[in-house]
Design a protein around this ligand. Sequence first.
Ligand code: NAP
Length: 246
Amino acid sequence: MLSNKNAIITGGSRGIGRAIAKEFASKGASVALIYGGNKEAAQETVAELEKMGAKALAYQCDVSSFEETKKAVEKILEDFSHIDILVNNAGITKDGLLLTMDDESFTSVLDTNLKGSFYMIKHLYSHMMRRRQGRIINISSVSGLMGNPGQANYSSAKAGVIGLTKTVAKELAGRNVTCNAIAPGFIETDMTESLSDKVKETALGLIPLKRMGKPEEVAKLAAFLASDDSSYITGQVIKVDGGLYI
Ligand code: NAP
């Protein structure tokens, strides 16, 4: 259960983030969701969470900006008074083979996926340390574990998220703050919807469970890692990938 817990979920407006927000709300948590630019999706998610009886507010904020994330965290702390759980889920892809991948594609994917997680943790860690409790969950990817042709930027960012997770786990353990990463495989969201049928078919052929995962299947693990039941787990990377990377 997550009753009386307050959570921040970046990228909580769509896809995996929305599923995590709904799972948390179903377990009694209040949710501050951060979104990039799609206000409609954010409002839709807030309405769904409110219908479930949860307190939910949405904040527009580019997680790749130090200043914007700082302001958003300050505002969220005003609105929610304390935060127990941070889920760094906001992410983008800009796929392309090395031959064609330009500096902007590489940098922007790192800035959103990796620096965005660093900024959010940076703005919240002293709050969590003071309270001597906290759960940080970073959404990585099997791409960060295996590498993936066409994803030099994304694999690097998601591998970086794993390094960040392990270091944060070690630095904050003394204050009872845990930090773990989830590495999803192929999950049915807008992000994978845009892949070509050929890429999807190839991916399916590599997945022992022979299907793509659902955002709700990632959300179940996030809820466990956010709960008191995971109190002795920190610094781990847990895959939700149908066996793609065994
Ligand atoms: P998605 O459906 O594309 O949703 C992405 C979410 O991130 C949206 O809420 C979006 O908000 C937000 N976002 C993007 N850039 C942002 C920024 N600069 N600042 C703030 N918010 C931003 O993606 P998803 O498939 O649910 O993926 C969620 C996470 O799981 C990502 O970290 C992704 O890398 C990871 N992942 C996904 C898969 C998969 O198969 N889907 C597999 C492995 C890992 P707006 O709509 O407002 O832009």
